[in-house]
Ligand binder design. Structure first.
Ligand SMILES: C[S@@+](CC[C@H](N)C(=O)[O-])C[C@H]1O[C@@H](n2cnc3c(N)ncnc32)[C@H](O)[C@@H]1O
Length: 246
């Protein structure tokens, strides 16, 4: 099980400050899907923000979040009315328990090797009831968004104690094998040392997404290129996929 860059409590506590859940366009897309499903598994749930929004909005069914980063799950566990599991898809064994499985915040891109993707999709297929849906997004490699990430993700926020925290984001060049590697350096005046975290994100193109899904017995039902439902094209920022189990 790989610990994520936000595994540590200090960084995990900052995640929803950098990415406020109620301002996220992706959650506006995912929340209605979660609300209309009886049992939902959020793989790579992070701080659990999506499931928390669903419970707060009156979801009465099963909501289960799975994440390998202990610090992220510690944030999520502040909400005890949701099932939180520390682990990844290799550490669970669900059989037809969920109507909907989601991977949000580009969590799917954390699956870097082909085998990791295949094993994750097999576990998702097994976890879904017949006719259940797997919904996730991955960034469209054709638009080369990583060229702008240093500016986009370098930012400052005020943490829960009122201190200013700065994140300096760098992409490591060259990009090899469709994997973007990055270094985020977090600093704040009161900290003894910076927190440095490394990330690796796989960028699959639409044909590769389609091929992995069909090999896993998942059929693409719909695909979008933006959170507001524009069709997928070569210039779309996202490859947002709704896939159904057989
Ligand atoms: C960018 S965060 C997104 C968190 C959350 N889904 C959201 O939308 O806010 C990516 C998450 O994927 C998790 N992750 C990393 N590797 C994973 C894996 N192999 N399986 C499941 N989750 C993983 C990380 O721990 C992290 O919490």
């Amino acid at each position: 099980m790989i610990e994520h860059k936000f595994a540590e409590d200090r960084l995990a506590a900052l995640y929803d400050v950098f990415f406020p859940p109620r301002r996220r366009d992706d959650f506006a897309f995912y929340l209605p899907l979660v609300m209309s499903a009886r049992a939902v598994l959020d793989v790579g749930c992070g701080t659990g923000a999506l499931l928390r929004l669903a419970r707060d909005a009156g979801h009465t069914g099963r909501l289960c979040g799975l994440d390998p980063a202990g610090g992220m799950l510690n944030q999520a566990r502040q909400w005890s009315n949701i099932e939180w599991i520390h682990g990844d898809l290799s550490s669970v064994n669900w059989d037809q328990e969920f109507d909907l499985v989601v991977m949000t915040g580009h969590a799917f891109q954390e699956l870097v090797a082909d085998d990791e993707i295949r094993e994750a999709l097999a576990a998702i297929h097994s976890a879904l009831v017949a006719g259940g849906r797997f919904v996730f997004e991955t960034r469209n490699p054709l638009v080369r968004a990583w060229e702008h990430w240093a500016t986009e993700y370098t930012a400052e926020v005020i943490d829960a104690t009122g201190a200013l925290v700065r994140c300096e984001y760098q992409v490591e060049m060259p990009i090899e094998g469709g994997v973007v590697r990055s270094i985020s350096t977090f600093t704040s005046d009161g900290w003894i040392h910076p927190e440095v975290s490394r990330g690796a994100l796989r960028l699959l193109d639409a044909p590769a997404v389609s091929s992995f899904l069909s090999s896993a017995g998942l059929t693409i039902e719909e695909q979008f290129g933006t959170w507001t439902g524009h069709p997928l094209t070569d210039t779309s920022p996202e490859i947002i996929t709704v896939a159904r189990k057989g």
